[in-house]
Each structure stands twice: as structure tokens, then as C-alpha cells.
Design a protein around this ligand. Structure first.
Ligand code: BDR
Ligand code: CA
Length: 314
């Protein structure tokens, strides 16, 4: 069996971030989690690093180091999403304050340090929130860009267009300048846009399957998804909560579940109307060079089978 892939999860939890982290923690044969780096996004940084530690404690994985990173986007005021995730970012079930300590090192320093410490091409960055920490690391230490195995991120949209504005998806909209740095860096990039994440919905049967695991983890995941499903159900008439961020981890575990295209994707950073739009050349109508594998489809049943069976291990 090959040795597990080393990953860093950069995140702004968020119930769907939480499920992604649990999926990674449940998969140690394939994934070695070097650390979790928190960023401001769904809620302010003061909550996201606390939430990251609460999530590790749900899984009884208290040895995972958690770092706090950037508390605001590179050039703009922070936009948050309490209207989706609740005032804590993890509403749906009351969890105790974490006993795990926050690491002293800044998240950006940790990312730089880990990429320099490990062999080139051996560390994958999983980005589940705005790209501020990763862009800051790339900007400050350009030597690490060539050492990254791959950035796999949840963000953007083409066919689904926007969720926070008519044109933009939340993670990219919050820090479009950071996204432009990452998409323009030349790093190997895989993107999970709304086009795919809106296809992995926690419908009633799937929620029941989480609860039926009978574990604290199963009940917690069912409570989280029940809380944040109302937003998409009211807005889109969806069958349940979209598990945006877990697609990033599922891609690392079972890429055959997904289909996409290697295309050019540019980030709009100028227009007020379309700020944060991912301009994806899905149809190949420009000569702009491809810079991202942009995923468009998923085997949703296979995704939930993977997720539920892995959560059963926690
Ligand atoms: C993304 O924004 C956040 O609300 C979710 O956690 C996800 O990362 C979806 O647009
Ligand atoms: Ca997120």
C-alpha cells in the first residue's frame, strides 16, 4: 500500500468544512493530515479556529495541530455567511469549548514551513474557504509554489454562476485578489465549483443514514446538515444541504467519482457587478492556457457511500 498523501486543510468552518475534515480524519490510510489552518470566511477568524478544534474533538483526534491565519481578505473588508451557517458557523448542535490548544505559529508560516520541510511534490493543499492564507504564503515565499503537489479547492462556478452574488461563489467572492494569485500561480489546481457541489445533496435518506450510524459523529453530522439545509432548500428548492467542501477530500480518496475538464479559469477582480466570478473557458472559446481541472460532474451515490462508510469509522 502506498504511503498516505500529506495534506494541509485550509478552512473556515462551516458545517460542510466540518464534514470534510471528518472525512479526512477518517481516512488515515490514504491521507496524513499535517495540520489545519484556519482563515476568516463563513465567520470571523476568532470563531473558525475554535470550530476547527471542536471538529477534531468530535472525531477524538486531539493531536492534529490547528493554526490561526489571516483575519481579513488581502484588500477588502471581510464578508461572512452567518445567514447560511448560523452565528457560530457551526450551528445545529451545541459542542463544548475545545480543550485542544491553538498552535502559536501563524497559519501562513506553517504552510511555508511544511512545504519547505517536505520533499517537493509531496504536500497537497486542500482549500475549503477564501484563499487568503494560501495566497499570502505564495506571495511571501514564491519558492514554495513549485513544491506544492496540488491545490484542491472548493470555489467558483460556471453553470451555477453565483451563490453570494448573481455572479460569484462565496469563497472566491470573499477574497478575489487571493484567488487571482492562486489561479495565476502556475500551481497544479483542481477546482470543485458549485456545478458539482450542488449535485451532492443530503436528502432525507442520506441524513437518516448519518443518524443511523448511531455514533456521536453520525448524530453531529446529521444535526449540522439539518441546520444548514434550510438555506439551499428555501433558495433553490434543493432536496437538502449541499456538501460543498467534502468534495475536495472525496476527490483525493476516489477521483474516479468525478469528471471535469482541464481548462482556463480567470478570476474577476475589477468589476463591481461580477466581482469574484470564475470566468471558466469550459467550451474552449479562447486561446488562454489551461490552468485548472474544473470539475463538473460527480457520482453522487458513490460519494455518499464513501462518506457514510468513512464516518462510520469515527
Ligand atoms: C462555500 O462557502 C461556504 O459557505 C461553504 O463552507 C463552502 O466552502 C460554498 O460556496
Ligand atoms: Ca468552507
Amino acid at each position: 500500500m502506498p504511503s498516505p498523501r500529506k495534506i494541509i486543510i485550509d478552512t473556515d468552518p462551516g458545517q460542510d468544512d466540518a464534514v470534510a475534515i471528518l472525512l479526512a480524519l477518517a481516512s488515515p490510510e490514504e491521507l496524513e493530515l499535517l495540520g489545519i489552518t484556519a482563515v476568516a470566511g463563513n465567520v470571523p477568524l476568532a470563531l473558525t479556529h475554535v470550530n476547527a478544534r471542536k471538529i477534531c474533538e468530535v472525531a477524538h483526534k486531539v493531536d492534529v495541530p490547528v493554526y490561526a491565519g489571516c483575519d481579513a481578505p488581502l484588500k477588502r473588508a471581510l464578508v461572512t455567511a452567518e445567514h447560511v451557517h448560523g452565528k457560530t458557523g457551526l450551528d445545529g448542535i451545541d459542542l463544548p469549548a475545545p480543550v485542544m490548544a491553538l498552535q502559536e505559529m501563524h497559519a501562513v508560516d506553517f504552510i511555508i514551513h511544511e512545504l519547505r520541510r517536505h520533499a517537493p511534490g509531496s504536500v497537497t493543499l486542500c482549500a475549503l474557504g477564501p484563499l487568503t492564507n494560501i495566497a499570502t504564503a505564495f506571495d511571501r515565499a514564491p519558492d514554495i509554489i513549485g513544491r506544492v503537489a496540488e491545490v484542491v479547492l472548493m470555489g467558483g462556478a460556471y453553470f451555477e454562476v453565483g451563490n453570494i452574488t448573481p455572479a460569484a461563489e462565496f469563497n472566491i467572492y470573499v477574497d478575489p485578489d487571493a484567488a487571482a494569485i492562486v489561479f495565476g500561480s502556475g500551481v497544479k489546481l483542481t477546482v470543485m465549483p458549485l456545478d458539482v457541489t450542488h449535485k451532492v445533496l443530503v436528502d432525507a435518506d442520506r441524513a437518516e443514514a448519518f443518524a443511523a450510524l448511531g455514533s456521536d459523529t453520525g448524530k453531529t453530522v446529521a444535526a449540522w446538515t439539518h441546520f444548514f439545509e434550510r438555506f439551499d432548500m428555501e433558495k433553490y428548492g434543493s432536496a437538502g444541504a449541499p456538501l460543498h467542501d467534502p468534495t475536495v477530500i472525496a476527490w483525493l480518496l476516489k477521483p474516479d467519482l468525478f469528471a471535469g475538464r482541464f481548462i482556463n479559469v480567470e478570476i474577476e477582480t475589477q468589476s463591481e457587478l461580477t466581482l469574484g466570478m470564475t470566468v471558466a473557458d469550459w467550451w474552449g472559446v479562447t486561446e488562454r492556457p489551461a490552468n485548472a481541472t474544473f470539475i463538473g460532474d460527480v457520482d453522487a451515490a458513490g460519494f455518499f457511500e464513501l462518506l457514510t462508510s468513512r464516518l462510520a469509522r469515527l
